[in-house]
Design a protein around this ligand. Structure first.
Ligand code: SAM
Length: 281
């Protein structure tokens, strides 16, 4: 490690199973001048576990980020080497650090990222949903009205969607998904990844809610949701037609609904119906 240069290392730490720390992460944490962390107590527990000795840690969290970033930059500028870690997983991913990294880049301070644990990627890899194109949404708003708006924007998202959620709000979120998506979307719940009670369960959202209620999954633990992307039509005319068809079908026979929608939107009956079946499946 070259101490003639200022460096900020981004160091992921385990999301549960401590064996998931990398050799390089241990090496870097041992050799940096200082560690910047979101939680002093948790970090000392981790450092003790790996016999890493550090007499002083710097705190960086959502409450002190504004003030603390300039202070940390002043230390970094004196050719110091620092490591940024968070409570669990990869720093910056729904965790503090963005402001610090942004300013380091602006000032020409080298930022070196280490690969390592991240709940989003771990859950995606075992979800059985298409992993080649995905979007990460982090936590949706805890305010229902805002969350509904966010979900409406996600409805036509064709990529697999990754969401973090706390256990006590997961049912409310899934109920909102039913309300907004209205298509019994397939969702994978990844709970307590890498831990003793790890549970990865996928089902259409209606079934998933029952599963969670019957298995008391909403009581404790950490949850990542992987949501299947939108499988309906990509053509805007068909999207609109399908939307009206789904509403009409609740009031009229399928055949009548198809005929009405066909004449309004000038779409093909068979394609519209196929889109509907795709969505339903
Ligand atoms: N930076 C972290 C990462 O790289 O995954 C995420 C931090 S975010 C504050 C914490 C959220 O990540 C939790 O509320 C949960 O949604 C998800 N999470 C963290 N650990 C998890 C685990 N072991 N299993 C499932 N989800 C987890």
């Amino acid at each position: 490690m070259n101490s003639n240069e200022s460096v900020l290392y981004i160091v992921p730490t385990p999301i549960g199973n401590l064996l998931d720390i990398t050799n390089r992460a241990i090496y870097i944490l041992n050799n940096v001048n200082y560690i910047i962390t979101e939680n002093i107590k948790r970090t000392y527990f981790l450092l003790d576990y790996f016999s890493i000795k550090k007499s002083h840690l710097y705190l960086l969290n959502q409450h002190n980020e504004h003030k603390q970033v300039n202070y940390l930059l002043n230390i970094l500028k004196k050719n110091k080497v620092m490591a940024l870690i968070c409570n669990a997983g990869t720093p910056l991913i729904s965790d503090p650090g963005y402001r610090l990294v942004y300013k380091c880049k602006k000032l020409g301070i080298r930022v070196i990222p280490l690969p390592g644990p991240c709940a989003a990627i771990t859950a995606l890899s075992a979800s059985g949903l298409p992993p080649n194109r995905f979007c990460y949404e982090g936590f949706l708003s805890s305010k229902r009205s805002k969350r509904i708006k966010q979900l409406k924007l996600l409805f036509y998202e064709p990529r697999t969607i990754i969401i973090y959620e706390s256990t006590h709000r997961v049912i409310a979120l899934l109920e909102d998904i039913i309300k907004v998506f209205n298509d019994n979307r397939y969702i994978v719940l990844a709970k307590e990844l890498t831990k003793v009670w790890e549970n990865i369960y996928g089902a259409p959202v209606n079934e998933l809610i029952n599963y969670i209620k019957n298995n008391s999954i909403n009581i404790k633990g950490e949850i990542t949701l992987i949501i299947q992307g939108y499988l309906g039509p990509k053509n805007i005319n068909y999207i609109k037609a399908l939307d009206v068809f789904i509403k009409l079908k609740k009031l009229l026979p399928i055949s009548t609904s198809l005929s009405i929608v066909k004449s309004i939107f000038k779409v093909k009956r068979n394609i519209l119906y196929k889109n509907f079946i795709n969505l339903k499946d």
